[in-house]
Design a protein around this ligand. Structure first.
Ligand SMILES: [Fe+2]
Length: 170
C-alpha cells in the first residue's frame, strides 16, 4: 500500500476503507437473503447495517463526492489528465441516484419492514450499488489519490482540510 503524505488524502482513503467495509456487509446481507426472501429489518445486525447505510452512504455521496468534485477533480485535471476525473465524475453521477434510492428504501424499511416488493427493489439496487461503488473506490485508490499526492504540496493540506470541514458543516 502506498503512503500518502497529505492528511486530507489519508482522510479520504480512510473514508474509502470504511465504505468498502460497509459495502462488504451489505453484500453479505444480499447473499444471505435472495430477492424473494426479505430479512427482518428489526433484527439487530440487519437494523444496525440499515442505520449505517442511511448515514454513512448518504454522507459519502453528498459530502465526500462534493469535495472531490469541487476541490480535487479540477486540480487533477490541471495537473495530469482531464480524462480520469471526467470518468470518476460520471461514476459519481451513476452512483448518486442508486444510493439515494437505497437510502429511501432503508427509511421505508425502518418504518414498516421489507415487503417482498421493497426487498426485491432493495436487492437489485444494492447489488448494482456494491458493484459500481467498489470498482469506483478501487480506481480512486489506485490512480487518483496517489496522483494527487504528487500534484499537491504540503501547503495545500490545511486549506483543503478546511474546505472539506466546511462542506461537512453545511
Ligand atoms: Fe472518493
Amino acid at each position: 500500500m502506498f503512503n500518502l503524505s497529505l492528511e486530507i488524502l489519508r482522510d479520504l482513503h480512510e473514508e474509502h476503507a470504511a465504505m468498502l467495509a460497509l459495502l462488504e456487509r451489505l453484500e453479505k446481507l444480499l447473499a444471505a437473503h435472495g430477492p424473494g426472501d426479505p430479512p427482518d429489518a428489526a433484527d439487530g445486525d440487519t437494523a444496525a447495517l440499515l442505520d449505517e447505510l442511511a448515514t454513512t452512504l448518504g454522507e459519502d455521496v453528498t459530502y465526500h463526492y462534493a469535495f472531490e468534485e469541487t476541490h480535487l477533480f479540477p486540480r487533477f485535471a490541471q495537473g495530469f489528465d482531464p480524462g480520469i476525473p471526467g470518468m470518476l465524475q460520471q461514476e459519481h453521477e451513476l452512483i448518486r441516484p442508486l444510493a439515494g434510492r437505497l437510502v429511501a428504501l432503508v427509511a421505508a424499511a425502518k418504518e414498516g419492514g421489507f415487503s417482498a416488493e421493497s426487498w426485491g427493489q432493495f436487492h437489485a439496487t444494492g447489488r448494482e450499488l456494491v458493484e459500481r461503488e467498489v470498482f469506483h473506490i478501487q480506481k480512486e485508490e489506485m490512480g487518483f489519490l496517489p496522483g494527487l499526492d504528487r500534484i499537491l504540496s504540503a501547503e495545500d493540506d490545511a486549506p483543503l482540510r478546511a474546505a472539506y470541514a466546511e462542506i461537512k458543516a453545511a
